[in-house]
Design a binder for this molecule. Structure first.
Ligand SMILES: Cc1ncc(COP(=O)(O)O)c(C=O)c1O
Length: 463
């Protein structure tokens, strides 16, 4: 199942190299390896143009929740295309799919979130959330509350505001980011960031004290909100330790700092409940979601807002004469129709119950990988998990980042027929489609385990 790296002139590969600038790709490495062209999908599987089959163990980019061949989503798009392929929602115009979707989203939203604004990506949703915080704080007479706290290793996207909130250098280096409004505090990554012999409880209380110190240094009167993913995805699938969000929210409340839950990965069942906020006890004032909202079949994202924040935003907009924000494709009727059908399918097929049902096997199989010497930590909840590599067995000693060990292991695993994602901190993430069954979970991990002895050998050689 190894991809060949030779391509002929005028092949799809050579044309891709000639004309396509890839996101999040090292151009030099790409020129060397060539692109990997995925041609078709069926359920949890995808196939490339050399007819190699892979289990998509990370749902594309954490998003294709209903798999790669859901006919009724295709039909929903076609029907809506025929009826009304485009309309906007500026100046009070709207379309039926967006009305229905907004209503359905509010129905399934965590308690207290009562209105929806539509965008096209997770980044746009987070930028929109920031602007709403600024409007809201101005409306309640606190216009200087403009800073937003986020966390190191958090991922919130790549637009200028969202990239500023992201706490990973690869999204900021070379762009002179973050902008000043973004302030980063510690991430709740117990395995990597706890002190020697520090218990999880002590770790939580230390990083919450660090948050309080940051608020004190910056001045609570300058901080409008904090943004947090319930489980930090792209930063390494970091699952919050017990008590973390409870303590964090107490601090925010004390200082009238709003909470934005970035549910772009966690939303729609990923952690075993509809929302990561439910699984980890967050009570957000604003919630952003995307990806599984349409099972990624079309781009759409949403910002859900509490009645208090909506009131402020609408008051400020009335004062200024307009809510001066929106995208040409906000509430695109075709994307909205597909998202609506996705929500219906989630109900009809009890997708969240399926996650609950298969999660035990998934989590067990992730944790069983700890038997390989190069793996220092395993973590999993619902249908999301990660393994983290170390240089010395049973230690927390990190491998030299220049070795790019996780990326190498990811390639070994891919050669066995599973696509996964190498993440910062030498981790590999798992996030299969939510429709995966127990047989497919076994198949996924059996293939991963075929590659792992070679990963251990590799670790031995480089240690
Ligand atoms: C938690 C989170 N927020 C925001 C984003 C950005 O979404 P997009 O790539 O659609 O802009 C992502 C993307 O992976 C994400 O994981």
């Amino acid at each position: 199942m190894n991809k060949t790296t030779n391509w002929t002139p005028n092949s799809a590969e050579s044309r891709d190299l000639a004309y396509h600038l890839h996101p999040y790709t090292n151009p030099e490495q790409l020129a060397d390896s060539g692109p990997h062209i995925i041609e078709s999908g069926q359920g949890v599987y995808v196939r490339d143009n050399e007819n190699n089959e892979f289990i998509e163990g990370v749902s594309g980019l954490w998003c294709t929740s209903l798999g790669f061949s859901e006919e009724s989503l295709i039909s929903a798009a076609i029907e809506q295309m025929r009826k009304l392929p485009y309309y906007h929602s500026f100046g009070g115009k709207t379309s039926n799919p967006s009305i229905d979707l907004a209503e359905q989203l509010v129905e399934v939203a965590p308690e207290g979130l009562e209105k929806v604004f539509f965008c096209n990506s997770g980044s746009e949703a987070n930028d929109t959330a920031v602007k709403m915080v600024w409007y809201y704080q101005a409306s309640v007479g606190r216009p200087e509350k403009r800073k937003i706290i986020s966390r190191k290793k958090g991922y919130h996207g790549v637009t200028v505001a969202a990239a500023s909130l992201t706490g990973l250098s690869y999204a900021q280096d070379g762009f002179a980011l973050p902008l000043d409004f973004a302030k980063h505090t510690s991430s709740p990554h117990y395995f990597a960031d706890s002190l020697e012999k520090e218990t999880e409880k002590e770790f939580v209380s230390r990083i919450i004290s660090e948050l309080e110190e940051l608020i004190e240094e910056e001045g609570a009167n300058t901080i409008g909100a904090m943004i947090a993913e319930p489980v930090m995805g792209a930063g390494g699938v970091i699952i919050p330790p017990e008590g973390y969000f409870e303590a964090l929210q107490k601090v925010l409340k004390k200082h009238s700092i709003l909470l934005i839950a970035d549910e772009v990965i966690c939303g729609f069942g990923r952690t075993g409940n509809m929302w990561g906020s439910e699984t980890f006890g967050l009570k957000p004032d604003i919630l952003t979601c995307a990806k599984a909202l349409s099972s990624a079949y079309l781009p759409i994202s949403a910002v859900m807002v509490s009645s208090e924040v909506v009131r402020g935003v609408e008051e400020q907009a009335t004062k200024l004469g307009i809510f001066g924000h929106g995208y040409t494709y906000s509430a695109h009727p075709v994307s909205a129709a597909v998202a609506l059908r996705t929500l219906e399918l989630m109900k009809e097929r009890n997708i969240v119950d399926n996650v609950k049902k298969v999660s035990q096997k998934f989590c067990d199989r992730v944790h069983k990988l700890s038997k390989y010497k190069c793996i220092g930590d395993t973590r999993a909840v619902g249908l999301i998990g990660a393994i983290e590599f170390v240089a010395i067995p049973d230690s927390r000693v990190k491998l030299d980042p220049n070795l790019k060990f996780a990326a190498k292991v990811q390639k070994l695993i891919q050669s066995e027929g599973v696509i996964l994602r190498a993440l910062p901190g030498d981790s590999i993430g798992f996030c299969p489609p939510l429709i995966i069954n127990e047989i497919e979970i076994d198949k996924l991990f059996d293939r991963v385990e075929k590659a792992m002895p070679r990963a251990d050998e590799l670790a031995n050689r480089v240690a």
